[in-house]
Design a protein around this ligand. Sequence first.
Ligand code: OXD
Ligand code: MN
Length: 595
Amino acid sequence: MTENKTVIKWLDEMKALLNPDKVMWIDGSESQLDELRKEAVATGEMLKLNEEKLPGCYLHRTKPNDVARVEDRTFICTSDKDNAGPTNNWCDPKEMYEKLYNIARGSYKGRTMYIIPYSMGPVGSPLAKIGIEITDSIYVVLNMSIMTRVGNEVLKVLGDSNDWVRGLHAKCDVDPENRYICHFPEDNTIISVNSAYGGNVLLGKKCFALRIASYQGWKEGWMAEHMLILGLQNPKGEIKYVAAAFPSACGKTNLAMLIPPEYLHKKGYKVWTVGDDIAWMKIGPDGRLYAINPENGFFGVAPGTNAHSNFNALESTKKNTIFTNVCLNLDDNTVWWEGLDNNPPKNALNWKGEPWDYTKYDKANKVATSGAHPNSRFTAPAKNCPCISDEFDKGQGVPISAIIFGGRRAKCTPLVYQSKDWVNGVFVGSAMASETTAAAAGAVGVVRRDPMAMLPFCGYHMGDYFAHWLEMGEKLGDKAPKIFNVNWFRTDDDGNFLWPGYGDNARVLNWIVDRCEGKADAVETAIGYVPKPEDIDLTDLDMDIDTLKSILEVDKDVWTKEAAEIEEHYKKFGDRLPKELKEQLENLKSNLNKM
Ligand code: OXD
Ligand code: MN
């Protein structure tokens, strides 16, 4: 398949370590994937769904102890502990290689070693990068073939270069006590053992495209971010692109695929999806920041996805999709999940494959009583999405006009505000936070800081990461995207949401794009520029201007407490916290004092 000496050498080492019975190169052909699908169905690893209703779709169930990413078992192994920083687990690389090799040694015996050459980003794009993942799981091969671009073409582009990421996945015994997801950024290497769940084993996604790539971007002068990318088309047919970062449970995939409300839709506004989770961004020849989505599919959370919350995501799952840990409707061999509709199947198996009685569902105990696991997923090809952008498959990327940060804050952050400049925007991103919801375990309403939504995904010291953002801003100068913050989740005193969210978020996107073009006014506040209430279009919305005013408000007491919390959060980064950000915090405090 390849004469690349660095590839051959690594594969020889891996074969000697893992001792597979067979070795199979994944060539990207449909015929090979079809053979593998058949084999997975024959062994029970996957279940073929109703070919008429869900053509080309399959269901897979993981072990009940293996249903989510495992942050406490995820490590960044750099030679100097300080370079992993205070937000990552660290282990000495030599020690960790030894431990992992001891766990994986001989574990492919009786199995096939699949070799997956893949490209993150359109094959051959100047913004793309190449990886090779080896795995003993057909589920991984089939998911990687949806989520990334796989096959011989990738090896041709790689040629004899050593610039590729090594990824070893070994299922072993799926033993949670010996589960490790480890990154060696200095060696371009990822090793994942004892898991078979998506986020831990599809090594192109969080492991490569965020943890390793963020490190590469730092060294090479570009950015790998946990951001969606969308294009907002106006009635003249002009499209402006924005990238947006949100912690989980804030509706990132929904925003990426938003359908504007009827009134704006009729005027000619439309959203095009470039990506729903990850953006790689590089300065282009004209000095602007260009972004690609390095992925080729969506690994979305199923529960809560329905025709209202995300019509386009739902459509994307109707063919050639792999469902993981959802509920199986035995009457017609289709799938179901909580929040899909109000019609749970009466004759069904839950996510564990046990008979399921929907009348026993208890919101307080979802994992035990739901049909689909709360973190059940669909792996759907991006090209299934009705609003996929024409630019999605083009390698040059889209020029980013605005970067949006966001979180879930009941009282603090206004619906939207614009940072004063790039440095101030980096401050806003570094202080990003979200309040926990009833959906997560633990107390409700606890504020979690999640800088740029990268807390679990930054592959190096976060203080250095902030400094890298500042450096990128210096290079971009006046071509830098404008930075905004949004909050769809302001509530009244009874906890009711005041902003309708979903498609109506297009009204806020319009203000953001107008600001980028100098077409909308704003009011300067202690934290940044807030819209004039009359500049957010409320046509056809059951909302009065006073309610809008209330969610645009910046409250002195709430923000004084927020500034104190940011100060506490900043202490973690020690002397690697850039001085510019300390100054930003001081500015905020002095602005608040003047209020
Ligand atoms: C994801 C995540 O699955 O961010 O995308 O956890
Ligand atoms: Mn994500």
